[in-house]
Design a protein around this ligand. Structure first.
Ligand code: GTP
Ligand code: MG
Length: 195
């Protein structure tokens, strides 16, 4: 699906450290602990490519991964509560916002939403920022293995309702479980199909 190696490229702590904007990239954004890094591992089929943990605030840099020769996959620090020193959190939140609104080659942002919780105020803040920057974003519900099928509809309804007021939102909502593998092939195909 991706021609060439899938590997960790680099961790970035300032906009000046970003790799040359010479190819399409997609990123995973979302609240701390929502499952961004786990989704990268599921997507690439590599158990520990991105570091995941139960402690919110695990990913503290913008981590670049190669998806073959032609695209980058970007794992972002979370927003919202993080178990880390405030000064550090503020620094990476600033970087996160600069990245999301100022990366020319960012083709689509996947905004991950915990399927148990739906869209929160902090998510909407990020979505508004993406609207302003005209970056198309697509919602991915994570951890669907933790929600009974009959309870999913209410969350989907909430998410659909919120998305309708965001012009940059891509309408299709993905349901995923990194744990069980649900929705992973679909997401992979979407990323591979972007041009
Ligand atoms: P930060 O880097 O701190 O912002 O977190 P993150 O969004 O990268 O989350 P991460 O992938 O580190 O996962 C957080 C926790 O959720 C870990 O304990 C994962 O094992 C768990 N988790 C992630 N995805 C799933 C899932 O699909 N199902 C279940 N049950 N647990 C998951
Ligand atoms: Mg992470």
């Amino acid at each position: 699906l991706f021609a060439g190696p899938i590997d960790f490229l680099k961790g970035v702590v300032a906009m000046s450290g970003l790799p040359p904007a010479d190819r399409l990239e997609v990123c995973f954004a979302g609240r701390s602990n929502v499952g961004k890094s786990s989704l990268i591992n599921a997507l690439t089929g590599r158990k520990a490519l991105a570091r995941a943990s139960n402690t919110p605030g695990r990913t503290q840099e913008i981590n670049y991964f190669t998806l073959g020769e032609e695209r980058y996959l970007v794992d972002l620090p979370g927003y919202g509560y993080a178990n880390a020193p405030l000064a550090k959190v503020e620094q990476w939140q600033r970087l996160l916002k600069q990245y999301l609104s100022g990366r020319q080659t960012l083709r689509r942002a996947f905004v991950l939403i915990d399927a148990r919780h739906g869209i929160k105020a902090v998510d909407e803040e990020i979505m508004s920022l993406l609207d302003s920057a005209a970056v198309t974003f697509q919602c991915v519900l994570t951890k669907t293995d933790k929600v009974k099928a009959k309870d999913r509809e209410a969350v989907l309804k909430q998410v659909r309702g919120k998305l309708s007021s965001h012009p940059a939102a891509f309408p299709e909502i993905l349901l995923t479980s990194s744990e069980k593998g649900d929705g992973i092939a679909t997401l992979r195909a979407i990323i591979a199909g972007l041009d």
